[in-house]
Design a protein around this ligand. Structure first.
Ligand SMILES: Nc1ncnc2c1ncn2[C@@H]1O[C@H](COP(=O)(O)OP(=O)(O)O)[C@@H](O)[C@H]1O
Ligand SMILES: [Mg+2]
Length: 306
């Protein structure tokens, strides 16, 4: 549905994104994750034909974003970082207006408007002035305008930024309710957003992709390890025994009673580790299997502690 190949965008001499390549399949909901200034908005603006790339290729629903912008725009619903709302208009009037400028056939305008008002939970505020709405409800209007022409693809730029925690949950639920019907690319600089809403993630840092994978694979890519807590202090012999296990790839002291054991394979290793602790005359107080959290993986990828 979205194909990006070797895409670069410079602002004058400053490169905002460099050599990005990724693909999004129909029906996927993909998180575009990266710290502020990483190049998320720049990339989304290329995909939505707001500005051209400096080099590379991007296709949306099979159409080239440079050569077939009109076709691309028909396929895409876009929620920019700052939604283009006319605050002095009423919600329904604004959505009707957007439907018309987006070329929704006249006979469909009212139906589409009613549908997005319902989908986005705006019924109570349909006749309110946008300026009277809370930030959370304004964001719903922003999502409603992106949906009004029934696009296959939604591109949402930091849809929950600036909202309070309750509004964040509501907007996330709204986005989740749109999956299945739409292919969604959603940008964010906060990781929980991705883990709660998306199946896949493209992580970008300083204009370059540092990871693209399913959330499941990504959390496994950090590796599996045990954390081991012991009573007693004669740990040198234990460490050397642990190193001799073929399943173990690394042994690190966290403190004198606590070790972190990296594993190459998992099969029955916990029993072997426990046996070694007892063999060394030590008391095992905790043995816990862990994987790196997505948070730790993200920090590692973006701030590079490897
Ligand atoms: N219109 C612009 N002119 C010049 N530089 C820009 C412009 N927009 C963004 N940049 C720069 O490009 C980089 C990427 O910005 P942006 O795409 O907005 O990142 P993000 O959305 O991930 O926060 C940043 O270094 C930013 O300062
Ligand atoms: Mg941005």
């Amino acid at each position: 549905m979205i194909e990006v190949k070797n895409l670069s965008k410079f602002y004058g001499k400053n490169k905002a994104v460099e050599d990005l390549s990724f693909e999004i399949q129909k029906g996927e909901i993909v998180g575009f994750l990266g710290p502020n200034g990483a190049g998320k908005t720049t990339t989304m603006r290329v995909l939505t034909c707001f500005h051209p790339a400096t080099s590379g290729e991007a296709r949306v629903a099979g159409f080239d974003v440079f050569k077939e912008a009109q076709k691309v725009k028909e396929k895409i619903g876009y929620l920019p970082e700052t939604p283009p709302l006319y605050k002095e208009m009423r919600v329904r009037d604004y959505l009707t207006f957007v439907a018309k400028i987006k070329g929704v056939p006249f006979s469909q305008v009212k139906k589409n408007t009613d549908e997005v008002i319902e989908k986005c939970g705006l019924q109570t505020y349909a006749d309110s002035l946008i300026l009277k709405l809370s930030k959370g409800y304004r964001q719903r209007v922003g999502i409603a305008q992106a949906l009004i022409h029934k696009p296959e693809i939604l591109i949402l730029d930091e849809p929950t930024s600036g909202l309070d925690p309750a509004q964040i949950i509501e907007v996330r639920n709204l986005i989740k309710s749109l999956t299945g019907e739409h292919t969604i690319l959603l940008s964010t600089h906060i990781l929980p957003e991705v883990s709660m809403t998306c199946q896949k993630v493209v992580i970008i840092n300083r204009g370059k992709i540092v990871a693209k994978d399913s959330l499941e694979n990504l959390s496994q890519s950090g590796g599996l390890f045990y954390s081991l807590q012991i009573e007693g202090e004669q740990t040198d012999a234990l460490v050397s025994d642990l190193h001799n296990l073929k399943e173990v790839s690394s042994v690190d002291f966290m403190n004198k009673n606590s070790l972190k054991i990296g594993l190459k394979e998992d099969l029955k290793t916990s029993i072997k580790i426990a046996n070694l602790v007892y063999k060394n005359g030590l008391e095992l107080s905790e043995l816990k299997k862990e994987t790196l959290s997505l948070e730790e993986i993200f920090v590692k990828l973006v701030f590079g502690d490897n």
